[in-house]
Design a binder for this molecule. Structure first.
Ligand SMILES: Cc1cc2nc3c(=O)[nH]c(=O)nc-3n(C[C@H](O)[C@H](O)[C@H](O)COP(=O)(O)O)c2cc1C
Ligand SMILES: Nc1ncnc2c1ncn2[C@@H]1O[C@H](COP(=O)(O)OP(=O)(O)O)[C@@H](O)[C@H]1O
Length: 326
């Protein structure tokens, strides 16, 4: 995937840019709805025998448009977003810096400079995509602005029952701890990456060492509680159990921020400073204050059993699906 970073105004000359079918969107999460938009663009590009391009934006428009928002938690911070888009097999990615001057383009200027000017011959976006100042441009008005220079496909809303699959729905699912539902909306588990840091060195003394993880980006994370997770490092993936929380059993005073710590099953290595990725599969329970260490240990043993049973069932259902598809 060739990446072209753009800060408004761009100086790319149309004749130097290959013709493309262009999918447009912010695409936080690259969820199933986004995947459908990008896959539709890919199919159309094959039909028309041109490149498949995606145009996306960074940072999130609310940072520029809403003055009081400094930082936003992403489902997929930029690097993850680009990776998941690349995994969909597209040729070219236009990454447009969402600045104040870019956001104040009129819809016609956006279409002239960023669609026609970048040699797109067909545009694909979701039914609720908007463009130009105040989001005034819509998919209904796109043919008017196109002046016959390109055609378009509007991808209808993808739903889960009554609910539109959207970045907000995924965010809410993660924020509510419903990581299994987030997984079904994303088509993969939600994941976060970071580094293993030193904790309070208590884990090993109670028989359950936990890798404490400092996140590398501003991710949306599930609420405090215990989760069945997979953790990957150095190209290998392991099952484990994660506690996100304040460890009230040991802390009278609540620490400033919750820790994210994973006990990895059947694992005995020292992994401080290693980069890891944690994938959230299932919420098991809320964090509790136990009356003593023994009670906590007994509960952790039950949590581990529950997580192991869950992964066993998952492996069995994956096996059945693989056999059906064979
Ligand atoms: C599966 C699991 C569940 C946990 N649940 C709780 C809990 O409900 N309450 C609590 O105070 N601590 C809980 N903990 C956190 C332990 O207190 C913590 O792992 C221990 O204090 C070690 O911390 P350290 O890695 O900083 O040394 C849990 C840890 C694990 C691995
Ligand atoms: N099964 C395991 N799961 C997680 N970490 C492990 C495991 N086995 C060994 N470790 C190592 O032990 C460390 C965790 O031990 P712990 O006593 O909880 O220390 P800390 O409080 O610094 O996290 C991890 O960072 C890792 O380097």
């Amino acid at each position: 995937m060739k990446m072209i970073k753009i800060t408004h105004p761009h100086h790319l000359a149309k004749q130097n840019v290959p013709k493309s079918v262009m999918a447009l969107g912010f695409f936080d999460g690259v969820h199933k709805g986004h995947q459908k938009v990008i896959q539709t663009a890919k199919q159309k590009a094959e039909e028309l025998n041109v490149e498949c391009a995606v145009m996306t934006f960074d940072p999130h428009p609310s940072i520029v448009l809403k003055k009081n928002i400094q930082q936003i938690e992403y489902i997929t911070p930029l690097q993850e977003k680009l990776k998941f888009i690349e995994d969909l097999g597209i040729d070219r990615l236009y990454l447009v810096e969402f600045t104040e001057s870019f956001s104040s383009l009129q819809p016609q200027q956006f279409v002239d400079q960023y669609i026609i000017g970048l040699n797109a011959i067909h545009v694909v976006a979701g039914f609720d995509f908007t463009f130009g100042r105040f989001g005034k441009g819509t998919m209904e008005s796109l043919p008017f602005y196109s002046r016959g220079a390109f055609t378009h496909t509007t991808v209808e809303k993808l739903t889960d029952g009554e609910r539109k699959i959207s970045s907000s729905l995924v965010r809410n699912a993660i924020k509510n701890g419903d990581v299994s539902y987030a997984c079904s909306l994303l088509g993969r588990p939600h994941q976060v990456s970071g580094k293993v840091i030193h904790g309070e060195k208590r884990g090993r003394t109670i028989g359950f060492p936990t890798a404490n993880i400092e996140l590398s980006e501003s991710y949306i994370t599930p609420p405090t509680g215990v989760y069945a997770v997979k953790i990957s490092m150095n190209g290998k993936e392991y099952a484990g159990i994660c506690n996100i929380g304040y460890k009230p059993t040991f802390h009278e005073k609540r620490p400033d921020k919750p820790s994210i710590e994973v006990h990895i099953f059947d694992f005995h290595e020292e992994i401080y400073d290693i980069d890891v990725t944690v994938k959230w599969f299932k919420r098991i329970r809320s964090e509790q204050k136990f009356s003593g260490v023994e009670e906590l240990i007994a509960q952790i043993k039950r949590d581990i059993k529950e997580a192991k049973d869950f992964f066993q069932q998952l492996a069995e259902s994956d096996k059945i699906t693989a056999e059906k598809n064979f």
